[in-house]
Design a protein around this ligand. Structure first.
Ligand code: GLU
Length: 341
């Protein structure tokens, strides 16, 4: 990986063959049931890794404890295993870079916080809590994290900070470099560039002490030696922030690929209102794992026709270039095919 930050462009490029073994991951948040939308990203990440003979890591992203349920984490493991998406390291089987559950990794996040603090990149922010709450619980990119932070608390004097601290616990913000654009080659979406200042200074630790998704995911992907992050397009806007953190922490960044989201006919992200597409629900309705995998493989351009088949059968011929680039609309006929009705 090469990070060129001497000019005012933070640009990332990976040289072929830099690391021989590919390491991919799936990192679900156990705040709801797994559904075909999550499994879509999980399957593609798994196929990318397995087709390259790599190692696959499963990480449970339960850092926002109040939103997460241990039973849902267990259900996620069961669903993935039932679908044949196995892992080499994970919360249940351990591995060399564990623990693989974010709520057990607090010491590592604190260490990263200290590093950032020492390099003068963090400052306390006393702005309203409502705005800050969105950060850890909704890792859905710049646009969904509210307006760009206007920097109100960036230039407070030590005295002003002390005064405010008496009334309010602050959050901690990461000070971005206002003059620096961020660019990288996305394995699925192509060249991506973000203008200087995109998104503004962002929260690293909420006022309630919860570490933000952005920091946790960077610390974890680096510590777990992940070489390839494949995830949904909704997280594309988080990537420049994460790249800034890799640079600030002196950590090597992985390659990124953001795949399009599955949408309903109304143009909204596939959700309950479009039908119960939870894996548990499909399984209870008698839909086989091979049917779900075959259905996703067809949508992903990996199979010319819809045929039930196992994830393992797909791995050898996987080609990321065949995955559509635009959001994928699941119409009623397609939905019926999934259910076999
Ligand atoms: N835990 C995040 C989610 O479920 C995904 C994080 C990532 O893939 O970077 O949305």
């Amino acid at each position: 990986m090469v990070a060129n930050s001497e000019s005012d462009m933070l640009s990332f490029d990976h040289k072929e063959g830099e690391q021989a073994v590919i390491r991919g991951r799936f990192a679900p948040t156990p705040s709801g049931l797994m559904h075909v939308g999550n499994i879509w990203a999980a399957l593609l990440a798994w196929l990318q890794t397995r087709s390259a003979g790599g190692q696959f890591v499963l990480r449970m992203e339960d850092i926002d404890k109040p939103r997460c349920r241990p039973a849902l984490a267990q259900q996620a493991l069961d669903d993935l295993r039932w679908l044949g998406l196995n892992w080499d390291e994970g919360p249940d089987i351990g591995g060399p870079y564990g623990p693989y559950t974010q709520s057990e990794r607090g010491a590592m996040y604190e260490e990263a916080l200290r590093k950032l603090q020492q390099s003068g990149r963090l400052y306390p922010c006393f702005c309203s809590r409502a705005e800050l709450l969105a950060v850890a619980s909704a890792p859905h990119g710049l646009s969904e994290e509210g307006p760009v932070y206007n920097g109100t608390c960036r230039c407070l004097t030590a005295e002003e900070q002390e005064q405010r601290r008496a009334n309010k616990e602050p959050s901690l913000r990461f000070q971005i470099n206002d003059d620096q654009a961020v660019a990288f080659i996305d394995g699925a979406a192509g060249f991506k560039a973000f203008a200087p200042g995109a998104g503004g200074d962002f929260v690293i630790r909420r006022a309630d002490g919860i570490i933000s998704y952005q920091l946790a995911v960077v610390v974890d992907d680096a510590a777990m030696k992940i070489t390839d992050v494949l995830r949904g397009y909704d997280l594309l806007d988080s990537t420049p922030r994460q790249l800034m953190l890799y640079e600030a922490l002196g950590l090597p960044a992985p390659r990124f690929a953001h795949v399009p989201l599955l949408m309903g006919e109304d143009g909204k992200r596939l959700a309950k209102r479009h039908g119960d597409t939870s894996i548990a629900g499909l399984r209870a309705a008698g839909v086989s794992a091979e049917r779900i995998i075959g259905w996703l493989a067809h949508i992903a351009g990996q199979q010319p026709t819809f045929n039930p088949l196992s994830a393992r059968e797909l791995a050898a011929g996987f080609n990321l270039d065949r995955v559509p680039k635009e959001p994928i609309v699941i119409d009623e006929a397609s939905m019926r095919r999934l259910f076999g009705s």
